[in-house]
Design a protein around this ligand. Structure first.
Ligand code: MG
Length: 383
């Protein structure tokens, strides 16, 4: 059972209406899927988070030639093989994003070859459904009064669909952020609310916004400051009640170990298509557990990354554990993305704000090859 070929698919979709957050506006969406096929004709699929065209080059020209002919069941050994081959110049960043998609594809493939689901490979489901939180409520290029109303309307739609938790974007400007945080809480007194600045603030600004989140009982403040200054998480958390969440820009067990050692972070959020893949995310989870910190993965992109995050959340033991634990959440991006919603032959089932954990072998979601063609910019094959 050896790896015969590795294919990559660079995908693109032009958005009908751009949407923005604290850093930029999205006018298009890109994705990079990886397919690993054995000599027996079985395929596993993965997805990479990061600049898709650059990541495609890293897989096509560097990692794929290292893995063809490799025993398809030896996924962690494959990771170590890739890691050692690129350690001198790829300890973090796009190369690790490339390794993450390969690791995900090998994970899907292993489940299919053994006839077990990804959650069984991760140690076994602790729950059959995982509550979702809606990520959305991004910015539109309209006046601030209209934008505020539009965000509140969008949030109402999610609550009507059964979502019990919502995450907004902050970091536009301090005055608008404060209005939004307070108005959303006023409109939804019972809903679990979170706010994500995507590292928009310096320390005094983060403190100013954090105090409003405290006042309004938000459940976490995500990426309040730059990941370049991990000591600021501790400084912030010493002064705020709202839990601090971060980690979507972080990678590997060593990166997260250093982040946790700096202190002040209550929830870590590795992205399984970027942190090193599902096998690395399980190691990160073990390190976090040793520190008594919970992991709620970041999830962006298409159905493969979402399914991997779902299996991960279904198998996550919430520290410190109790009869009725606070459950992990699945991040579900609600912004328009046909590559997530219309490109899969089998997809996740999300009903009343809860995702059903797939039990089929592997990740349990499968791209539709014909549908994929309509978004395809460039494909590569290594064999
Ligand atoms: Mg985020």
């Amino acid at each position: 059972m050896v790896i015969k070929s590795i294919n990559t698919y660079l995908l693109e979709h032009q958005l009908e209406e751009p949407f923005g957050f604290s850093q930029w506006y999205y006018a298009k969406r890109n994705a990079l899927l990886v397919e690993i096929t054995t000599d027996t004709g079985v395929s596993g699929w993965g997805e990479c988070y990061g600049p898709a065209a650059v990541t495609q080059c890293a897989i096509d020209t560097f990692y794929a030639p290292l893995l063809t002919g490799w025993n398809a069941l030896q996924n962690e050994a494959a990771w170590q093989h890739c890691w050692r081959a690129s350690l001198d110049f790829a300890r973090k960043g796009i190369m690790m994003g490339a390794m993450s998609g390969l690791d995900m594809a090998l994970f899907d493939l292993k489940g299919k070859l053994l006839g077990v689901s990804a959650s069984e490979l991760m140690g076994g489901r602790l729950r059959d459904t995982v509550p979702c939180y809606a990520t959305g409520m991004y910015y539109k290029d309209i006046g601030e009064d209209a934008l505020l109303e539009s965000i509140l309307d969008e949030a109402s739609g999610y609550v009507e669909q059964g979502f019990g938790a919502l995450k907004i974007k902050v970091g536009k400007n301090l005055a608008f952020d404060k209005r939004l945080i307070r108005d959303l809480r006023k409109r939804f007194p019972e809903t679990r609310l979170m706010a994500d600045s995507n590292h928009a603030f310096d320390l005094p600004e983060a403190l100013e916004i954090g105090r409003v989140l405290d006042e309004c009982g938000y459940s976490w403040f995500e990426e309040p400051v730059s990941p370049q200054h991990p000591e600021q998480f501790r400084q912030l958390s010493d002064k705020l009640d709202v839990p601090i969440a971060t980690g979507e820009c972080e990678q590997t067990r060593w990166g997260f170990e250093a982040l946790l050692a700096a202190g002040g972070v209550d929830i870590i959020q590795p992205d399984l298509a970027y942190c090193g893949g599902p096998t690395e995310a399980m190691k990160i989870r073990t390190i976090a557990s040793a520190k008594g910190v919970n992991v709620i993965p970041h999830a962006w992109g298409t159905m493969l990354n979402l399914a991997t995050a779902l299996h991960f959340a279904a198998t996550t033991y919430m520290e410190p554990g109790r009869l009725e634990p606070n459950l992990p959440l699945l991040e579900t991006d609600r912004t328009p993305n046909p590559m997530r919603d219309n490109m899969y032959a089998t997809a996740l089932e999300i009903k009343n704000g809860k995702a059903l954990v797939p039990t089929a072998p592997g990740l349990g979601v499968e791209p539709d090859r014909e549908a994929l063609q309509s978004y395809l910019l460039k494909s590569t094959e290594t064999d």
